[in-house]
Design a protein around this ligand. Structure first.
Ligand SMILES: Nc1ncnc2c1ncn2[C@@H]1O[C@H](COP(=O)(O)OP(=O)(O)O)[C@@H](O)[C@H]1O
Ligand SMILES: [Mg+2]
Length: 513
């Protein structure tokens, strides 16, 4: 309470002069009445000090000139009413002179001190405002950095561009306090697609996410598309085009847009708008630009990633095709030749006279040898391309692999469904390599293979109880599997703590039947 009164008395600003005059007059009148009453109670005391109060009040708020005036008037009134100088303003008695002579300098000193206090207060208030302003600026900067960091983290995690777009629109709206933020992708045919839109409640006329809008008018989106530069419109009163009409109808004041540049091409624009009357702050362009750069990076990254996956898929498909051709060539060529050679030898053996025992035996051995080579070749070609897959499907191929494995294998594969060939081949090779590794490296006593198909994903888990310590960097098998699985848009996780066995966890997306 006392602090409030003091701050009212000693304020940093100067109220209007007329108010000062009114206050001074009122205070002097009140003081006169008070002193008059006091005089009745104690007629022999001089109450000049009471008039000091008014001088202080005025000098605290209205500066030197008015307070000097108040001092003089106070002195005159004091003399007139209380020193019993009837009908004159000039004191006649020596005692009265003393009172006035004491009053004036005391009042003037009080004036000066109050003036000082006023200046100090004004200075303190100014300082506080400056401090507050710089604190606000810091807070905004920190908020900006935090928003950028959130988007950057999302982009770095490999989030899809639509996810990044939505996040950017949200962050822009939040951070700029504009609540209207739009990401626009130029289609190169005089239109743009809104890839993310965030409006404040109550906006109805504006297009929404997914809409195509013309980029032929004079609105910010159109200007950025035409010039590839930052654009700002603070007043839409005379802006042409269909979009500008809608912008006007929604009562937008200031709109700022910056280009999103990907591979030196203007990919689109980030645009924010305000429905307040004052223009968006001058640094809006720069801050918006930071977000546009992040969006550009996310788009470029996604494109690179998509290209990488596509090229992996091409490599894997080419390798599979080469294997299949080799298998076919072996089967149709070398293997057929071996079989017919074997038959010829058998025929020759049959036509040899019975007493040529040695020759007969040798021919028989050659025939068996040829048969063996043919068998070997068949096994070999099965290893090159899993023909068994095309016949019995993934479930039975996995069971066959399990039967051939050197380590005992349990299989949970209640999957009769067929998948795309590339998916089945990948799953087959994963199981084959995992079983080979379990036999070769793990010293496992058992392996479990679990195959589970969901609507759109094939899950494959292969677990052994061996020594652990598998890592895909150490050899060529696991790396190849990873490539294969990732080429199909899937992923493979290797969990292999030392002494606790190895688990391969694979998920491959499958597109329907
Ligand atoms: N099931 C497993 N148990 C223990 N170690 C394994 C297992 N699988 C793989 N490893 C280890 O990880 C390395 C990489 O495996 P891989 O890529 O299949 O290469 P490769 O089998 O050709 O050596 C292996 O050399 C081996 O040391
Ligand atoms: Mg291996």
């Amino acid at each position: 309470m006392p602090a409030r009164v003091i701050s009212l008395l000693v304020g940093p600003t100067t109220p209007p002069l007329w108010l000062g005059v009114v206050v001074a007059a009122t205070v002097i009148a009140v003081e006169t009445v008070v002193v008059h009453q006091l005089d009745k109670v104690a007629p022999h005391n001089a109450f000049g000090a009471v008039f000091l109060l008014g001088v202080l009040v005025v000098s605290a708020r209205w500066g030197f000139a008015l307070s000097v005036m108040t001092t003089v008037v106070s002195a005159l009134v004091y003399v007139y009413f209380h020193l019993q100088v009837e009908g004159t303003l000039i004191p006649t008695k020596a005692g009265d002179w003393v009172a006035v002579v004491v009053f004036l300098p005391v009042a003037l000193v009080a004036n000066l001190m109050a003036g000082q206090a006023r200046l100090r207060t004004a200075e303190a208030v100014l300082r506080r405002r400056e401090a507050e302003a710089s604190r606000d600026e810091l807070a905004i900067l920190a908020e900006h950095q935090a928003a950028l960091r959130r988007v950057a983290t999302l982009a770095a995690r490999g989030a899809s561009p639509p996810e990044v777009f939505t996040a950017v629109a949200e962050e822009l709206a939040l951070w700029l306090h504009v609540v209207n933020a739009v990401l626009l992708r130029y289609e190169g045919d005089g239109t743009g697609t809104l890839v993310a839109v965030r409006y404040e409640p109550g906006i109805k006329q504006m297009p929404v996410t997914g809409d195509r809008i013309p980029t032929a008018g004079d609105d910010v989106g159109a200007i950025v598309s035409r010039t590839g530069r930052t654009a700002r419109i603070d007043n839409h009163a005379h802006v042409g085009g269909a979009i500008a009409t809608r912008i006007r109808a929604e009562g937008f004041g200031s709109i700022v847009g910056v280009p999103i540049v990907v591979d030196k091409r203007v990919w689109g624009a980030a645009i924010v708008g305000s429905r307040r009357t004052e223009p968006l702050p001058a640094d809006t362009e720069a801050r918006l630009g930071d977000f546009a750069d992040l969006v550009a990076t996310a788009i470029a990254n996604a494109a690179t990633r998509a290209e990488l996956i596509a090229s992996r898929a091409r490599i894997v498909a080419a390798a599979d095709e080469a294997r299949r051709r080799l298998e076919r060539d072996l089967h149709d060529g070398a293997q057929q030749r071996l079989v017919s050679l074997g038959l010829e030898v058998r025929m020759t053996e049959a036509s040899v006279p019975a007493d040529w025992g040695d020759v007969k035996e040798q021919l028989s051995a050659i025939a068996s040898g040829l048969n063996g080579v043919s068998e070997d070749l068949r096994e070999l070609s099965h290893g090159i391309h899993p023909a068994i897959l095309s016949k019995g499907g993934l479930g039975s191929a996995v069971r066959t692999l399990a039967r051939r494995s050197a380590v005992p294998v349990t299989v949970d594969a209640a999957v009769e469904r067929r998948f795309a060939e590339s998916v089945e081949v990948a799953a087959y090779y994963v199981v084959a390599e995992a079983l080979t590794n379990a036999a070769k490296h793990a010293r496992a006593s058992e392996v479990n293979v679990a195959l589970r198909a969901e609507e759109d994903t094939l899950h494959l888990v292969i677990r052994d109880d061996g020594v652990g310590g598998a890592s895909s960097g150490a050899g060529s098998g696991l790396v190849g599997l990873q490539d294969r699985v990732q080429a199909l848009g899937g992923n493979m996780q290797i969990t292999s703590p030392l002494g606790q066995g190895t688990t391969l966890d694979i998920a491959i997306p499958v597109a329907g039947e």
